[in-house]
Design a binder for this molecule. Structure first.
Ligand code: GLN
Length: 486
């Protein structure tokens, strides 16, 4: 079925004119009609618009010749936090009401320029705050491997849609793990680029110093293809970096002999599930068979990462979300004066987790507490980054589990924010350090059968070598070929 193909498989068939972009798009739409009632990866999608884009791609394909547009005719869906011109933009919140984006995010412009069929609004935790997609104002997304379980978060819809073959690939955002964690729990590949690699223009900001956009794909090669399209400096995002964009696909040589992979001893924590540990241990063994050398390393400030993140991320969120005031965007609840209007709009519009974060963030920034919390957290953040930079003097990449457990049940952690926060224990340091990270499938739990994710962390702008290592592992293991029974 065409919706099950990878990007490289579909583009090869399209180039040979064996299939059309309309057929591929229709296959995705049919799959959405068949399974999305149970999965609910999509908040909405416009089938007619997707098919119109497909017809335009087919017209271009039929005009023959080779095209430089590497995603021509490929259906790609988008997390509801990225601006797509003339499409709804809700961040899975009620506060944006009927807001429609007046412009395209830079990454959307780039996808469109590469010929992709950009469609759908994928479910997420409200304003990307969460690890299970249970904080959406638009209902739960279910894990395709077991619909009693969560898909992870905050980009749960992006991961579930790829895992359920409702699109060929998707985009998400990652502030503390929101690409890698759901990719791990749904059994797909998720890549968070180096901070500054991909423009954030048109991404609704959660924590601006941590946020990055990245792809969800069915294999590592597709992640390399998409990263190449998305990357590059952008005058509209002053934190994007003018670093040349390498040919990431060219890095996928399969040869990782002599590379050094670091195993941090701090990652053997109490809550690590034995099946997850066994799968990661087996992956480490596989890396040795492939000729890599395993080196024990230490990241001594790991213990402080979750606390540091929840100070910095909430502080930035409290400032970023001040703009949702009932005046400029979306929903409004009237009041006797502007203060009452703000309070009523924000009281009715934001969900409980978003309110918790705004209150926490306002507190850590307030006078008297700023130095004790925010300033201190910034200092610890530097120590965490230095841990990684020191480790990379000895190793090419770092190997860890992506998550401490496989997908948990819906409702299992939603009453206990601290337990939920701890599910990001392996992914958060990467954002604090600004380095790239990828999650890829490395096995399954037995009963029930649930995907397990392996995380690889790399040097700043070292995505090519991360992709090379991930690809060599993937090609020598069967995990990425498995599909959820739907
Ligand atoms: N789960 C983390 C949080 O709730 C990370 C979210 C993200 O990466 N957007 O903040």
């Amino acid at each position: 079925m065409l919706n099950q193909l990878t990007i490289s498989e579909l583009t090869a068939k399209l180039a040979r004119r064996e299939v059309s972009a309309r057929e591929a798009t229709q296959a995705c739409l049919d799959q959405i009609a068949r399974v999305d009632g149970a999965i609910h990866a999509f908040i909405s999608h416009d089938a007619a618009d997707a098919l119109a884009q497909a017809d335009a791609a087919d017209k271009e394909l039929s005009q023959g010749g080779r095209t430089a547009r590497c995603l021509l005719g490929v259906p790609i869906a988008v997390k509801d936090v990225l601006a797509v011109k003339n499409q709804p933009l809700n961040c899975a919140s009620k506060i944006l009401g009927n807001f429609i984006s007046p412009y395209d995010a830079t990454v959307i412009e780039k996808l469109k320029a590469a010929g992709a069929i950009v469609f759908g609004r994928l479910n997420m935790d409200e304003f990307a705050m969460g690890s299970s997609t249970e904080n959406s104002a638009f209902g739960l997304t279910r894990n395709p491997w077991d619909t009693t379980r969560i898909p992870g978060g905050s980009s749960g819809g992006s991961a579930a849609a790829v895992a359920a073959d409702e699109c060929l690939a998707s985009l998400g955002s990652d502030t503390g793990g929101s690409i890698r964690q759901p990719a791990a729990l749904c059994g797909c590949v998720g890549l968070k680029p180096t901070y500054g690699r991909v423009s954030r223009y048109g991404l609704v900001a959660f924590a601006s110093s941590l946020d990055q956009i990245g792809p969800f794909t069915k294999d590592v090669r597709d992640a390399a293809t998409l990263l190449g399209v998305l990357s590059g400096v952008d005058p509209r995002d002053s934190t994007s970096v003018p670093q040349p964009v390498p040919d990431y696909a060219a890095a996928l040589t399969g040869d990782i002999k002599g590379l050094k992979l670091g195993l941090p001893r701090e990652y053997l924590i109490g809550g690590l599930d034995p099946e997850v540990k066994a799968a990661v241990d087996a992956a480490v063994k596989k890396f040795t068979e492939l000729g890599a050398e395993i080196v024990e390393i230490s990241l001594p400030h790991t213990d402080y990462a979750v606390a540091t993140y929840y100070i910095i991320a909430t502080a930035e969120a409290s400032a970023n979300l001040a703009r949702f005031d009932g005046i400029r965007y979306g929903a409004r609840v009237e009041g006797a004066d502007s203060i009452e209007l703000y309070a009523r709009t924000r009281g009715a519009g934001f969900g409980p987790e978003v309110k918790r974060r705004i209150i926490l963030g306002t507190y850590v920034l307030s006078s008297g507490y700023h130095d004790a919390y925010y300033l201190q957290a910034q200092k610890v953040r530097t120590l965490i980054r230095n841990d990684f930079l020191r480790a990379f003097e000895k190793v090419d990449a770092i190997v860890t589990p992506t998550t401490p457990t496989a997908a948990f049940r819906a409702g299992e952690k939603s009453g206990d924010p601290l337990q939920m926060y701890l599910s990001d224990i392996f992914t958060i340091s990467c954002n604090l350090a600004g380095i790239p990270g990828i999650s890829l499938p490395c096995g399954f739990t037995k009963a029930p059968k649930l995907p397990i994710g392996l995380q690889l962390l790399g040097q700043p702008f070292g995505e090519a070598s991360l992709l090379k290592i991930a690809h060599a592992y993937e090609q020598s293991t069967p995990w990425h070929k498995e599909k959820a029974a739907l």
